[in-house]
Design a protein around this ligand. Sequence first.
Ligand SMILES: NC(=O)c1ccc[n+]([C@@H]2O[C@H](COP(=O)([O-])OP(=O)(O)OC[C@H]3O[C@@H](n4cnc5c(N)ncnc54)[C@H](O)[C@@H]3O)[C@@H](O)[C@H]2O)c1
Length: 331
Amino acid sequence: MPRKTQNILVLGGAGYIGSHTCKALSQQGYTPVVYDNFSSGNKSLVKWGPCVEADIHDTDKLKQTLTKYAPLAVMHFAASIAAGESVYYPEKYYANNVAGSNSVLTAIKESNVRHFIFSSSAAVYGALKQQPIKESAEKNPINPYGRSKLIVEQMLGDFETACGLKHVSLRYFNAAGADPAGEIGNVQKNPTNLVPVLVHVQAGILKKLEVFGTNYNTPDGTAIRDYIHVSDLADGHIAALKYLLAGGNSDAINLGTGRGASVREVIRSMEHASGKKVRFKDVARRAGDPPKLVADVKKARRVLGWTAKRVDIDTITRTAWNWHLEYGKNY
Ligand SMILES: NC(=O)c1ccc[n+]([C@@H]2O[C@H](COP(=O)([O-])OP(=O)(O)OC[C@H]3O[C@@H](n4cnc5c(N)ncnc54)[C@H](O)[C@@H]3O)[C@@H](O)[C@H]2O)c1
């Protein structure tokens, strides 16, 4: 077990996936130091260590933070995350995700930190026909969000050449669910992903769910995605951290379950979790939405010794719904 003084700097640690990773870090004996501008993160999710309220564009503040806390590694979750929005506001995505990451890497280059874990995305692959998706598959992102993630992955290679920064890019599939102990969860006000949107529908915040496309070549006609429990993602970060600290080489690795669930299956599961019928409307497909996106997870198992444990879609919808009930009570 590491000593308590072993800090990990968590950029965007007040967000959904970052906060779950902070909890996992703390359970492993590390101290997560959160660095967040609270643009979408929430102070109530910072529970396991100090917090620096600042922006990743502030390179000097990052340098001061790296000096003050001397972290063993940096985990970088801070980003703008809505793929659909990125089509209309590409400048926001290139500024926050690409220029922001350049500021982060500039500060790190001048520090002693040489271990870096990056929140990448399945969006780097685009709409591939071949499923499940291997890390070596072609990368053809179909929106600025996906391109911003791919650019940062490539920048990481350049910074390794320049200063020896060892890094792992973790390509998440669809993060969903909440801490099974109910301490933290998704607090996004305007969610765009299926599970949090369903929570909002069941809570009466949204009138109904729109099901985009019902004539795909899938068993029930709706699109299939690989939903990965957020606590499994957090565990994946611990595995990547240990891998790098043990001298592992830089790499890019999928984090998914290797299984898929259709929109109809997720709806049924949420009905079961919340105890009521979901109001939904079938509408046309969205441009660019592929019928199926599922991760090939062999590399994560081989390289990191990690596999998802909470693979049942009911665990995802139940923890997401329970968190909503808990969050509504306390905040
Ligand atoms: N949610 C998913 O399904 C998913 C899938 C693939 C990849 N990702 C990636 O995972 C990461 C975390 O996503 P999330 O779902 O937890 O989103 P989130 O919005 O909950 O978390 C992002 C955090 O970063 C902070 N942040 C954003 N810009 C910042 C800046 N300029 N300076 C400082 N802090 C800033 C926000 O305040 C927030 O706390 C993102 O990089 C995202 O692209 C998410």
